[in-house]
Unconditional design. Structure first.
Length: 262
């Protein structure tokens, strides 16, 4: 599974403080800790409290690139901030994210093509969060069709079914898992799939257990990637072991350490 570390985000107090004081050591330490734990890419978000997000995202990207060439997932709801992050990036990038709304697609899909970035497509629209599998599939097909018309390959697209908190949307869990499986048959080659994992346990008491269980179930339904906390060792062990059971990794007694060192 492709792991995107979620911890460089201005919503966390230590990251917000580091951004405000321009303490790149904190950012670089957080980046390297996630990579050491097994992250394949790093989500980069300057957070809602940033007074100058265009400058801050560029500073974050530059600071991280001093210590790693891992893929960066440029995360913002503002296209100008995303473009600023893409301009600063020297290595592979992912745009996080577009919705299925035409105004967002018209801006962000061309940016993905211009900067040779992959892009996360959220199956959500101005009408709100879809309430069933069919609505998710309809929005996924819309995003994918638009992207292909603009010259992107399905390989460049990560479709996100929008994971809801289990404590308020328990009835949707089965549909979300089914959506992950059915997204894979929308096109040939198949698009990739991704979830923002922490959403599933938001507000629940057993967050770690819920996250691990959902991640393994999603992997069994074809999930390719997840945005998560790679410093949660139990969660990472579950992700790595799910790849093993699905025959995506070769077994050895030290497979957990071997995966993290790959």
């Amino acid at each position: 599974m492709f792991i995107i570390g979620e911890l460089i985000n201005g919503m966390y107090k230590d990251i917000a403080k580091a951004i405000a004081s321009k303490d790149k050591n904190i950012i670089q330490q957080k980046a390297m800790a996630q990579i050491k734990a097994g992250a394949d890419a790093l989500d980069v978000n300057c957070g809602p409290a940033s007074s100058d997000p265009v400058h801050d995202i560029q500073w974050l990207v530059s600071s991280i690139q001093e210590v790693t060439d891992k893929t960066l997932c440029i995360d913002s709801s503002k296209p100008k901030v995303i473009e600023a992050g893409l301009k600063a990036a020297k290595n592979k990038t992912i745009i996080n994210s577009t919705t299925a709304d035409e105004d967002k697609l018209n801006i962000l899909i061309p940016l993905a093509k211009q900067y040779k970035a992959k892009i996360i497509g959220l199956t959500i629209s101005k009408k709100g969060i879809p309430q069933n599998k069919d609505q998710r599939l309809e929005l996924a097909a819309l995003i994918l069709g638009f992207a292909q018309e603009q010259g992107l390959s399905p390989d460049d697209i990560f479709l996100d079914p929008i994971v809801m908190p289990v404590n308020v949307a328990q009835a949707q869990m089965r549909d979300i898992l089914d959506s992950i499986k059915e997204f894979k048959i929308i096109s040939e080659p198949a698009p990739k799939t991704v979830v923002g994992l922490s959403n599933v346990s938001q507000g629940a008491s057993q967050r770690g257990l819920i996250n691990r269980t959902f991640l393994v179930m999603a992997a069994a339904n074809g999930l390719d990637a997840a945005i998560l906390d790679p410093l949660d060792n139990d969660l990472m062990d579950a992700a790595i072991t799910s790849d093993l059971v699905l025959n995506k990794q070769i077994y050895c007694d030290s497979y957990l350490n071997a995966y993290r060192k790959k």
